[in-house]
Ligand binder design. Structure first.
Ligand code: NI
Length: 226
């Protein structure tokens, strides 16, 4: 399932990200790519130990912590600290898959990449191209979102970024290990949760709401690992 989360960052946070990334020294993105991806990757990114990457990564994680839709959709167990990239001057990332396991630099931890996330930091009309193309999922396969919005997609997807032919596309990207490993089960839980929320706001006194909430939690108990 592809999930579009709107306004994950507010205006102040976006401004902070953009100004911190304005004059930063980008590194060649190929440094962090695997053998196959390296051949099709042509972008720049901040090294994961760069102080700006750390500071903005923490800002993004704080924004995710307060975002209930993110929690409902991803059911996060742990995540790779957000990284930042920049596409311009024809930069692109051809079709590739992300590695299943990502080490977290400087720690003994590894994250299974159940979900991938791209958080758009540049306004879509400020650059040409740069669509994130995600294959094999229902929903729009080409994604180019408003600044501050984020797309969550299954880590199993073949995907890529179309060439940015003018302007500059800044984004944060990261991976999430979910408490629920299966995309199908996560989708069921997310849809059930959304339906419960809708009923709760339309008819909060409906007694069956408690039973439905019970079904949600029983499924979660059945499927989740903590
Ligand atoms: Ni990728």
């Amino acid at each position: 399932m592809l999930i579009h989360l709107t306004q994950v960052l507010n205006k102040e946070e976006l401004a902070q990200c953009r100004s911190a990334l304005e004059n930063v020294e980008w590194a060649d993105g190929r440094g962090s790519a695997g053998y196959l991806s390296r051949a099709v990757k042509n972008n720049r990114q901040l090294p994961d130990n760069h102080p700006v990457a750390r500071e903005l990564g923490e800002l993004v994680v704080r924004a995710l912590d307060r975002n209930e839709r993110f929690t409902a959709a991803a059911l996060p167990q742990k995540l790779v600290p957000p990284l930042f990239n920049c596409y311009d001057s024809g930069g692109e990332y051809g079709r590739h898959v992300d590695g299943a396991i990502r080490p977290v630099t400087g720690t003994p931890y590894r994250v299974r990449t159940d979900l991938s996330a791209t958080l758009f930091l540049s306004e879509p009309d400020s650059y040409e191209g740069g669509e994130l193309v995600i294959e094999g999922n229902p929903g729009p396969g080409e994604v180019k979102l408003a600044a501050g919005d984020m797309i969550l997609y299954p880590g199993t997807s073949v995907h890529g970024v179309r060439p940015v032919t003018s302007g500059r596309r800044l984004a944060a990207f990261f991976w999430i290990q979910s408490m629920v490993r299966s995309d199908q089960q996560r989708t069921i839980l997310y849809e059930l949760d959304n339906a419960i929320q809708e009923i709760a706001s339309a008819s909060p006194d409906q007694p069956a709401l408690t039973n439905l909430a019970g079904v949600y939690h029983n499924l979660l108990r059945e499927w989740a690992d903590t």
